[in-house]
Design a protein around this ligand. Structure first.
Ligand code: DCP
Ligand code: MG
Length: 463
């Protein structure tokens, strides 16, 4: 393991909610909840002001409304979040070629590989500058963790939240990890956590004390071995820019997110079998089993397990995939699952890709999420005005939908660069009102903002 804290982990603060606050001046400093507003909707995230009331990610929306009845409730705008994410990831790539995004708002960066930092002082400076640059470019705050390994860097950014920077000095890792819950470690999801708790293991220190043999007995060879190393703060995982390896893989995207854990397990089993059929069809075997899970928020996880020798046995692949699934938290729902086998014999790989190309509908990954409530390109028979979405009024300029119902839509006219704006109500079929694209959160020059102004023509008006 390296000796300097030059692995950086960035995680944006209350990401979706912060974007909404940056875009809507009247919501800054207020409780904001972003998520599905339908009867079965869940919270995607809540602003720190809303978290005070106990609202958090993955909570049913109805419960959030009971806890924080006065919060602003908005539907997610994924395209906007993705564009902000691209800006942030661009800043990270200016620090190092080794950037490993984990989700829209989270990534590891190897500062040493980029020549940006080589010791504690330079790492701290790079982290502080990054936070300032993110704020200047996006008006948002992100928290930074710095450490000598990925695991510790991520724990550090968690401790830095919100709007902070924490550096873990090399040599202090074990003392810091010891009292923490086993759930802090990567790969310990609810299932493994329960399993360990039943064995009387709650903290990382207890995990280390249990010893490697005991952990292998409890969790299987790969998982037990890996977890024991983590408990000793030994984490050699490199930051990898390219996660793609040459493999045979199959995946499925689900129209409706799967929440049921049993159903997830069934799907993984099915995919493992399909993957092996393809593997065998190509006359191949492989050593590494890979499980891919894309969650409701489009964060994508891959987990892998490397066997002692190559296999094309469906039972072996099925069981490995099931073990890998154990270490993944699927609360909140799953939109894509995949199972792959890599570590293939080189001499047949080319044949394999020729074959895989014939069935690419199964391996294609949709890049753009479908947001049912945000399809501005299709005009539904009756115009819908999703809460939080941007609109433009011929007389009043740019605003956003605060609410709608009973043939009325309420719009607050303000822009990222304006003062908090006023609310006006229109008929939902008012021809002067049009859906609009979001404005940049940071204005890049005159003329790009500030067209929210007062004027007449509204059906009703309130403050
Ligand atoms: N997200 C989601 N559903 C969840 C968790 C997250 O839709 N159960 C989305 C919304 C979040 C974004 O992913 O804004 C990033 O997730 P984080 O876990 O990083 O949470 P936040 O950035 O919102 O808050 P923080 O990181 O400050 O705790
Ligand atoms: Mg975050």
């Amino acid at each position: 393991m390296r000796s300097a804290p030059t692995i950086l982990h960035l995680d944006m603060d209350a990401f979706f909610a912060s974007v909404e606050q940056a875009s809507k001046p009247s919501l800054r400093g207020k409780a904001v909840v972003v998520g599905g507003l339908g009867p079965r909707g869940v919270v995607a995230t809540a602003s720190y002001e809303a978290r005070v009331f106990g609202v958090h990610s993955a909570m049913p929306m109805a419960q959030a409304r009971r806890l924080a009845p006065n919060a602003a409730y908005l539907v997610p705008r994924f395209a906007l979040y993705r564009s902000i994410s691209d800006q942030v990831m661009g800043l990270l790539r200016s620090l190092s070629p080794l950037v490993e995004p984990l989700s829209l708002d989270e990534a590891f960066v190897d500062l040493e590989a980029g020549g940006t930092a080589w010791d504690e002082r330079s790492a701290r400076l790079a982290g502080a500058k990054l936070r300032a640059d993110i704020r200047a470019a996006t008006a948002l705050t992100g928290s930074v963790g710095l450490a000598a390994s990925k695991m510790l860097a991520k724990i550090a950014s968690e401790r830095a939240k919100p709007d902070g920077l924490v550096l873990i000095e090399p040599g202090t890792e074990r003392a810091l990890l010891g009292p923490l819950s086993v759930r802090t470690l990567p790969g310990v999801g609810p299932a493994t956590g329960d399993h360990l708790r039943r064995a009387g293991i709650h903290t990382v220190e207890e995990l280390a004390e249990a010893g490697e043999d005991e952990l292998v007995r409890l969790l299987g060879k790969a998982h037990g071995h890996g977890l024991f190393a983590m408990a000793l703060a030994r984490d050699e995982r490199p930051v990898v820019a390219e996660r793609e390896t040459k493999s045979v893989s199959v995946e499925d995207t689900y129209d409706v997110d799967i929440h049921d854990r049993v159903r997830v397990a069934t799907e993984v089993r099915r995919l493992a079998e399909r993957c092996v059929r393809r593997l065998r069809g190509a006359g191949l075997s492989g050593r590494t089993i890979v499980l891919k899970v894309r969650r409701y928020d489009f964060s994508t996880l891959t987990r892998s397990e490397t066997l002692r020798g190559p296999t094309d046995d469906p039972a072996v692949v099925r069981e490995a995939a099931a073990r890998l699934l154990e270490s993944v938290d699927t609360t909140g729902g799953v939109r894509l699952l995949g199972v792959g086998v890599s570590g293939l014999a080189d001499y047949t790989q080319e044949d394999l890709f020729a074959q895989a190309a014939g069935v690419d509908e199964e391996v294609s990954v949709p890049e753009e999420p479908e947001v049912s409530s945000a399809t501005a390109s299709r005009t539904p028979p009756e115009r819908r005005w999703p809460a939080g979405h941007d609109v433009r009024h011929t007389a009043h300029g740019h605003g956003w939908v605060q609410g709608s119902g009973l043939g009325r839509v309420t719009v607050r006219f303000e822009t990222p660069g304006s003062a908090p704006g006023r609310v006006r109500t229109f008929r939902t079929d008012d021809p002067a009102l049009e859906p609009a694209d979001p404005l940049p959160l940071v204005s890049r020059g005159p003329g790009e903002e500030g067209d929210a102004r007062a004027g007449g023509g509204a059906v009703a008006e309130s403050r």
